[in-house]
Design a protein around this ligand. Structure first.
Ligand code: MF3
Ligand code: CO
Ligand code: CO
Length: 289
């Protein structure tokens, strides 16, 4: 059903539609007529939702800062799980991974050739030279925020350090592409171009996602893309950028026993950084990093 010009706007502002998102919807219709994929209204967060997601993001960033302050050689990945779990609960949050589609722990810990979805384990001890991704997702008052960072344990090889650095730089470059009336493919284009330039590969089939009201929402954010293609970016969209970059081939396999952990097929190292971002009226807001 079509919304009347004097009806309250669908965005939840309380303003009349005609003085709120009416012009915006006309603009979307014009893009649509040019065959540009446009986001549905449900992918555009209300101010109230954005406020909630920001608070979840603030706690999520604090948790990663706490991990950064404590992570060291000799500790197990399950010790990281305990730190994340307890801190989250003590601050009124819920660790989103716990029991998510059967995931058994409160955080993902992915060491060396593990690409993502590593399960914390008390028998997995961090040692000098390891690289590890810690992926934290927090629910606060029903809202979700998702981010991950890499940590270098002790002295790591020059090649590992470089992989981690290039992966981070690819995300920072992509942030510049997050702006209203840009395209989702612009993000994948800069990331894949930068990663390939350094001789690495990036996963096509596992990528970022809308987030905020739920853990994984539309759209799928592919880190391989073409400039000027893909979904239109508009203010109020919230999604992750989280490239998984392999030192070797892009191919991966899943642990058959636990059904979660994803490894590089060739055993080479893999790195990942993840930010949750929002598209604002004039660019990007980092929700958690
Ligand atoms: N945090 C991951 C992501 O960035 C998802 C992990 S799902 C889990 O999308 F169940 F493994 F936690
Ligand atoms: Co994510
Ligand atoms: Co994540």
């Amino acid at each position: 059903m079509k919304i009347g010009r004097n009806d309250p706007c669908w965005c939840g502002s309380g303003k009349k539609y005609k003085s709120c998102h009416a012009a915006f919807d006309e603009k979307l219709d014009a893009y649509k007529a040019k065959r540009v994929p446009v986001p549905s209204h449900k992918l555009i967060k209300t101010q109230e939702q954005l406020e909630g997601i920001r608070k979840a993001g603030k706690l999520n960033t604090e948790i990663l800062d706490m991990v950064a302050a404590n992570i060291k050689a000799g500790m197990s990945t399950d010790d990281i799980n305990t730190l994340v779990h307890n801190y989250t609960i003590e601050h009124g949050g819920i660790p989103a991974p716990l029991n998510y589609q059967g995931f058994p722990k409160s955080v993902c810990t992915s060491v060396n050739d593990v690409i993502c979805h590593g399960i914390p384990d008390k028998n997995e001890i961090l040692k000098d030279g390891d690289i590890i991704n810690v992926d934290v997702t927090t629910i606060l008052d029903g809202y979700y925020a998702d981010a991950s960072r890499m940590f270098l344990i002790g002295e790591v090889s020059e090649e590992a350090r470089k992989l981690v650095e290039v992966t981070k730089e690819s995300v920072d470059l992509a942030l510049k592409e997050v702006k209203p009336w840009g395209r989702l493919g612009d993000i994948g284009a800069v990331i894949s171009e930068y990663v390939y330039k350094h001789g690495y590969t990036v996963l096509r089939d596992i990528g970022g996602h809308g987030v905020g009201n739920d853990f994984h929402e539309d759209p799928y954010v592919c880190h391989i893309g073409k400039k000027g293609t893909g979904m239109l970016l508009v203010p109020g969209m919230v999604f992750t950028i989280e490239p998984m970059v392999n030192e070797g081939e892009e191919d991966f396999f899943q642990d058959e026993e636990n059904g979660w952990t994803i490894y590089t097929e060739d055993g080479s190292l893999s790195a990942q950084w993840e930010y949750t971002v929002a598209v604002t009226e004039d660019g990007v807001e980092i929700i958690t990093h």
